[in-house]
Design a protein. Structure first.
Length: 95
């Protein structure tokens, strides 16, 4: 069963996800020429964490991948998924 916030998260474009990650201290690790995702990492007290951002919303697994990204962000940032999704949805804002 999907979390109640998953549909809202799936509507977020990849550009919003990338902008948020950069604004919150994630480093673009995209050294590969992957056609499907961008890779970001961040050091935390528990160690380095990596995430992947799908490059296109029309990928079949876009919803699942974005939900996984939001779940990782909730753990790293110790904030609710709803709060993170709200900030992701703000146009052009630097978090």
């Amino acid at each position: 069963m999907k979390p109640d916030w998953a549909n809202d998260a799936a509507r977020l474009p990849p550009s919003a996800l990338r902008r948020y990650l950069v604004a919150t201290g994630w480093v673009d690790d995209d050294v590969s020429d992957s056609a499907t995702y961008w890779s970001y990492s961040r050091d935390t007290p528990q160690g380095q964490v990596s995430v992947e951002v799908p490059k296109r919303q029309d990928f079949v697994d876009y919803d699942r991948r974005v939900a996984e990204l939001i779940e990782i962000l909730t753990l790293v940032e110790q904030r609710s998924a709803r709060t993170i999704i709200f900030e992701l949805g703000q146009p052009g804002s630097d978090v």
